[in-house]
Design a protein around this ligand. Structure first.
Ligand code: G6P
Length: 346
């Protein structure tokens, strides 16, 4: 039944709406694996994490999360880059591989390189019968059901959910991941989808969209840019706000659109300052925040939640924005041109 669209116009929309439930199910079929995963990560000397596309963005969230809440360093490696740095890995290394399909050739290659150098492989994967699980010591299942839309949505938040569950164990509850609260807050954001659909109309004639976010929101800005590129074919770029002055500010003018990811946490004030700098150059600013500000031309309100959970809550309006902007631009949100759901060639 999972592979039917039901009442939804597209699989992508259905999969976006499934997220409040799918994050709850993440890892639930492999609870034991989560615990052994956490036990090993806790004592690991050298930790690496890899993935491609959206899965790499989830890997970056993991890097920020473990550093912030557990003082644990994880090196994030883009899977297709691993071949140039085989010496990263040795017999003290643990490589965590993230993949929805478990079949991406780049991910499998990175895993093989690490394994040949003696590394141990842990994976977080949706398809438990995939090639990736066969080369892993431990695999945790995303358990989110088939994802048909080429642009990853629910698999991303399920990857985050598994990562947060592991981090909660490793970082001695510092993460404070209240999954029920996170789920119900995502539902609240989905309820504002008609407002988000209206805002998506302003992106119709955009040729460039910038997304800024700092700290753990930087990987979300990268994921936002990826969704916008895949679904709308509009050029989109994710940036940490502090880097604007080192180059990208030169691009800002009255034709620019900027999405500012600005939840009420330790990044708030710095990000608001960046938003003002952009606004002063005439750009249109869309703010995603629980706090209203005159700097936003359009405000997408998100509910306030405990600090660590904001990534789950802020990606939802961005997925909806990209989906509705795709409809405005008459592209096919489920099957973007030139892309495949699972890339099994290098
Ligand atoms: C393809 C898809 C992306 C996906 C990436 C990694 O490029 O189009 O949506 O993020 O592969 O896929 P994986 O199955 O390894 O997570």
């Amino acid at each position: 039944a999972d592979a039917y669209k039901g009442d939804y116009a597209h699989f992508t929309l259905k999969e976006i709406w499934e997220q409040p439930l799918s994050i709850l199910k993440a890892g639930e079929n492999t609870r034991q694996a989560i615990e052994s995963f956490a036990d090993t990560v806790r004592v690991a000397k050298q930790l690496y994490i890899t993935g491609s596309g959206t899965s790499y963005n989830a890997a970056l969230v993991a890097k920020h999360l473990f550093l912030k809440y557990g003082k644990k360093k994880i090196e994030a490696i883009i899977s297709s880059e691993a071949r140039f740095y085989p010496d990263y890995f040795d017999n003290q290394s643990i490589l965590i591989a993230l993949s929805q399909s478990g079949e991406s050739a780049d991910v499998i290659e990175a895993v093989k390189i690490a394994k040949n150098n003696g590394a141990d492989i842990f994976s977080i994967v949706n398809t438990m019968t995939s090639s990736l699980t066969q080369v892993s010591s431990i695999s945790v299942g995303l358990n989110c059901g088939p994802e048909i839309g080429v642009a990853a949505t629910k698999s991303f938040t399920s990857q985050l959910s598994v990562i947060y569950k592991i981090a909660d164990l490793v970082c001695e509850n510092q993460v404070g991941f209240d999954i029920q609260k996170t789920s119900s807050t995502m539902s609240k954001v989905l309820e504002s989808s008609s407002k988000i659909q209206k805002i998506s109309q302003v992106l119709k004639h955009a040729s460039d969209i910038y997304i800024i976010g700092r700290g753990i929101h930087y990987p979300i800005a990268l994921e936002a840019a990826l969704k916008l590129k895949e679904l709308t074919y509009i050029h989109a770029e994710g940036l940490p706000g502090g880097e604007l002055k080192h180059g990208p500010l030169a691009l800002m003018d009255s034709n620019s659109f900027v999405i500012v990811i600005n939840p009420n946490d330790s990044t708030y004030t710095d990000t608001l300052t960046s938003a003002r700098e952009i606004k002063a150059r005439g750009a249109k600013v869309i703010g995603i925040s629980d706090i209203v500000s005159d700097v936003y031309d359009h405000w997408i309100e998100i509910p306030t939640i405990n600090e660590s959970a904001y990534p789950f809550v802020e990606i939802v309006p961005i997925q909806l924005l990209a989906y509705y902007a795709a409809l405005e631009n008459q592209t096919d949100p489920d099957y973007p041109r030139n892309l495949a759901k699972s890339v099994t060639v290098k």
